[in-house]
Design a protein around this ligand. Sequence first.
Ligand SMILES: Nc1nc2c(c(=O)[nH]1)N[C@H]1C(S)=C(S)[C@@H](COP(=O)(O)OP(=O)(O)OC[C@H]3O[C@@H](n4cnc5c(=O)[nH]c(N)nc54)[C@H](O)[C@@H]3O)O[C@H]1N2
Ligand SMILES: Nc1nc2c(c(=O)[nH]1)N[C@H]1C(S)=C(S)[C@@H](COP(=O)(O)OP(=O)(O)OC[C@H]3O[C@@H](n4cnc5c(=O)[nH]c(N)nc54)[C@H](O)[C@@H]3O)O[C@H]1N2
Ligand code: SF4
Ligand SMILES: [Mo]
Length: 731
Amino acid sequence: MPRAKQTMSRRDFFRASGLVAAGAVGGPALLGGLAKARAASPAKPAWDSRFSACDMCFNKCGLIARVENGVATKLDPNPKFLKSRGMLCARGNAGLAQVYDPDRLKHPLLRKGARGEGKWQRIPWDEALDMAALKMAEVREKYTPCGHLFTAGSDLQSQFVGRFAEVYGSFNVTSHESLCLVSGSRAFLDTFGEVPFADVLNSRYIMMVGANRFEALVTPDSIDLMTAIRENGCKLVTLDPRYTKTAALSHEWYPVRPGTDMAFMLALAHVIINEKLYDPQWIADKTFGMEQLTAHVRRYTPGFAAEQCGIPAEDIARMARELAAAAPASMVYPGRRTSDYEDSTQIRRSFAIVNGLLGNWDKPGGLLAARQVGLKGVPFDAPWYDENREDRIDAGKVPMMFEHEGSFVVTRDAVLADDPYPIRGWFIYKTNPMGTAPNRRKTMEMMNKMDFVTVVDIAMSDTAWMADLVLPSPSYLERKDPCSGLQGSVACACVVKRDPVIDPLYESRPLFEIMKGIADRMELGEFFDFTIDEYREKQTRDIPEALAVMDRDGVYYNPSKVYGIYEGRIYKTLSKKVELYNQRYEQMGLDPLPNYTPPAPPPDNRFRMVIGRNAMITQSSTANNTLLHQFLPTNTLWLNTEAAGRLGIQDGDLVEVASPVGSQELRAEVTDRIRPDTVFMLSGYNTLSTMQHLSHGNGASINELLDDDFDAITGNASMHTTFVSVTRKVA
Ligand SMILES: Nc1nc2c(c(=O)[nH]1)N[C@H]1C(S)=C(S)[C@@H](COP(=O)(O)OP(=O)(O)OC[C@H]3O[C@@H](n4cnc5c(=O)[nH]c(N)nc54)[C@H](O)[C@@H]3O)O[C@H]1N2
Ligand SMILES: Nc1nc2c(c(=O)[nH]1)N[C@H]1C(S)=C(S)[C@@H](COP(=O)(O)OP(=O)(O)OC[C@H]3O[C@@H](n4cnc5c(=O)[nH]c(N)nc54)[C@H](O)[C@@H]3O)O[C@H]1N2
Ligand code: SF4
Ligand SMILES: [Mo]
């Protein structure tokens, strides 16, 4: 069925996208407007073209919106936006179905019934802002400024949540990042002194481990990877317990035993060192700890790794030689999401160490340093509160969190235990922890612990569903955002901004105005006494031409050197070199070199559950998108054919999946595309919120099932540590 929909007629598009419905519910008179616009002048286009940047995921691909009579009718890629190589993916194209989703939040809503009961009262904005300010003041009065938590997802305006928290006086700010990539960032930062970009386009050999670039789209890597393997003769090897699209397009795929990648990496290092396949000059001049690493990897032979990860020893040795032969234009791809295991930082350190041995830093086809685009921060002096806590609530609970992100799961446990102090207020912007943090019930308990929760979203997400006050946001096509610098390999470090393409729908208000409104009411107005235009001017004070260039092209590039920027420069590590052996870890009592611990095998009749992406959805936020929903109407449990046979389960059977923290029902998808000991399902389904009618009661919530272990070094959630049972339900 999904196939047939891929060639959608324009008429189907409108029907599917809910645009028709948008007209019907009192939104813009879309169809009439379209007809009039077209009848007006057949000769010249009856539409305006306006630049924006996609917001259907964090990549922010440059786009050109077609606007007819005040209605956005089509989104096209901006060919000048090099970072996405002039591409807009399926989700980017389906953005209109989000903007004109009839289920969108339309006005401020105040909870009436019990939390999560779904009873709401529409209130005017003034009342909503008065209430938010009053409740925040009450929490601060009773529990000190740190008694309030602020959480913001990925967005150009999220910085205003951080700014507000700071002037309000709370250190407790979390983001989606500790559910995503902080352990990987930590590992590369602690090896190279900064988090690299991968020069996929020019690479000759890419080892893709625990990443899925042809479905989990990251620009420009996803597009460049295709060019690299199809046109540039690059070899791609993938290790993934699932046969993903990336696996399908790889030269070699290994269904690695989950949690054993470190053994594989240390064996690669073993072969490279043993056979002296590295550049001795690079090792001597630029790296620290080769001696210790040499001793360390002696025991990690390919034979040892083969027993652990299930990849034949001779293949491991061959791949090490191939990687080294292609060096420095070869890499272990750093990956992105690293919310996997309790030793995720150390696992990714082993990735970074192999890259260190390949000597690929700052070289074509290797790992590149971030380039400055010239955008500046907008500093301010926050007030000081004597009556306050000393630190974040999660401080000291893991040794190396990122100061500005903290750890969501560690914070949540601390809030539940009032350890070391109570938090009773929560402000949440554009992130949906009820749908994306593991162990949904715990997030619900955390909500229940709060005196007052305010959520700013575009939709009635499950997080909004559990809130006290819900404030509607304009979509990315309706708002004016600050500038943002985007990095990415090879000639694409750039700056983007967003200007409204259409007028704000309904009563939505941008976060900036909400923060300003609350700040005014709390006598903090001076910290928000500027306009977005003034803010942009400050951001671009070193590149004054940027704003005009963005008006002309939709994007601004500040050309700078791509390779060799570390020539004559020192690395930002303790030894000022690439740290194969990490000195700071040693000082802190952490393993300075990654020590492999075999993952626990699934207990009898249980499976390891892993998470992952699909090109048609973005985490929890596209599950109500009518266009995308046609490709993936529901989620299924990927279950290996042999395992299913053992359990008497057939393709399409309803099954119950139970974990230590929850249980869900959904249909089984019996397949050879996953290992027999592993199961998988997509996220974003079975919302509690009835105001997302496509996802409510549809499929299963994986976040209800996932246990909430975390990485021991950063507090990044580890989402591949849950074992589940699968039982056939009699339908
Ligand atoms: N279409 C789309 N694109 C996206 C996103 C999206 O939601 N949709 N999200 C964006 C975001 S926020 C991120 S962080 C990135 C994520 O990008 P990636 O990190 O590349 O993608 P994931 O699908 O999360 O995951 C990794 C893969 O690891 C596999 N895996 C599980 N356990 C193991 C293991 O032990 N070893 C190995 N080798 N593999 C394992 C999973 O099966 C999965 O295929 O994608 C970004 N791009
Ligand atoms: N099971 C499972 N859990 C995961 C992942 C997974 O793959 N599977 N991935 C993890 C990763 S890598 C990440 S990055 C996190 C991401 O987790 P989140 O940050 O929660 O990301 P989304 O699920 O995209 O949710 C974004 C929220 O923003 C809202 N939104 C969208 N557009 C707008 C807007 O313009 N304005 C406002 N105010 N709100 C808007 C959406 O309605 C949605 O509620 O999830 C993590 N958790
Ligand atoms: S990758 Fe797709 S969804 Fe993400 S910003 Fe680009 S076009 Fe939008
Ligand atoms: Mo992510």
